[in-house]
Design a binder for this molecule. Sequence first.
Ligand code: G3P
Length: 222
Amino acid sequence: VKTPIVILNFKTYLESSGEKALELAKTLESVSYESGITMAVAPQTADIFRINDETNIPILAQHIDPISPGGHTGSNLLECLVEAGINGTLINHSEIQMKLADIDKIIKGSKSRDIFSVVCTNNIESSRAAATLNPEFVAVEPPELIGSGVPVSQAEPEVVEGTVNEVKRINKNIDVLCGAGISTGDDMEAAIELGASGVLLASGIVLAKDPKEALLDLVSKV
Ligand code: G3P
């Protein structure tokens, strides 16, 4: 995956659901093309197939359940998501945390199907633990800053820097992303200066009056 990268988590906002999810994915695709910055989307499960059908943007699942095929009503099965068109997955987002053994299972399953994994973490210590499992990305997001509009790169730069140092010490091939409160070009520039390979963000773009404008601003300084 070419970095720097912007990953937009669609979460379950109405502004990024259904028809609007497709529209937003197309907007990211065009801004990525115009700016030359890699962009990927993490829509809800029900929107993955259609976005894959109608765009070429890389798609991540928001969550995969640590299950095997069979009787698990209501779960997200890795094999089915891969067929629907995902290129990667978020794992262990603060809003749907997982056990270490389950994170490991999803990372290994992802590798065996050639999709990349982005393990979300809440601090330096959990980032260190995540790095030992060897995902392609670790994305650190202090939970108290998620959705706050206060950027992690400004409020807790030591967490971003500390995560980069620890993760790279364990495996220099793992890229570190940061997220929580990121929305502007200054925020992304600061993240890169702290050693991050990109950002994972949501509300600053999804809820923006003009998401295209917001995305162009986000990548204006890299
Ligand atoms: O996954 C990204 C997210 O948790 C950060 O959310 O709204 O602070 O950009 P937000």
